[in-house]
Design a protein around this ligand. Structure first.
Ligand SMILES: [Zn+2]
Length: 190
């Protein structure tokens, strides 16, 4: 999705409470997925979403005014009613990220493989600035569902060049081609 035109709005504050978890990483053939089993999550207004899993895309699946980032991480959450909210964070070349290092150190290289390892706090992929864009859309991969809430953080988080290369060595390009927003309204926090 290309985020281009946005409407400024007073949006609910995002309150993340991700916590330290033993890393469970699987290669599902599309990406590396880290299972969180509903521990930790994000509160958006009155609604509490628990973190189910997070996974990575190379290059980013969202673009900002046509510009993509090196990678993107998607945090997939569910609320008590089964509604899904996905938080996307752009990952760009810069400093080494210690959590991504732990994930890549044990990354299963073949489809269907799983790896377990040290503790990791997914909060290491959440930027300090909690400004965001939001729209209602569908899940990009693997299954498409309408009506889920997308949140895209404005501020990117850094990974080192070698870390991005290590991921690309396993998954060359697993991002879907950028889709048109089809007149969906994108709201931007003030
Ligand atoms: Zn994704």
């Amino acid at each position: 999705m290309d985020i281009q035109k946005t409407t400024r709005a007073t949006l609910d504050e995002l309150k993340f409470d991700y916590s330290e978890l033993p890393l469970k990483v699987s290669n599902n053939g599309h990406t590396l997925q880290v299972d969180a089993g509903g521990t930790g999550g994000v509160s958006i207004g009155e609604t509490r979403f628990n973190l189910i899993q997070y996974h990575f895309h190379v290059r980013s699946e969202h673009t900002m005014k046509g510009v993509s980032s090196d990678m993107e991480v998607h945090f997939v959450h569910k609320d008590a009613a089964g509604n899904i909210a996905v938080v996307g964070v752009m990952l760009k070349k810069g400093e080494m990220n210690p959590l991504f290092k732990s994930i890549m150190d044990m990354a299963p290289r073949e489809k269907g493989e799983k790896g377990g390892g040290p503790m990791g706090n997914p909060g290491e992929f959440i930027p300090l600035n909690k400004g965001y864009y939001t729209y209602v859309g569908s899940l990009t991969t693997p299954d498409c569902r309408e009506g889920l809430k997308w949140i895209v953080m404005k501020q990117p988080v850094e990974l080192s060049e070698n870390q991005i290369k290590a991921f690309k060595d396993i998954f060359m390009n697993n991002a879907r081609p950028v889709q048109s927003l089809n007149n969906r309204i994108v709201l931007e926090s003030e």
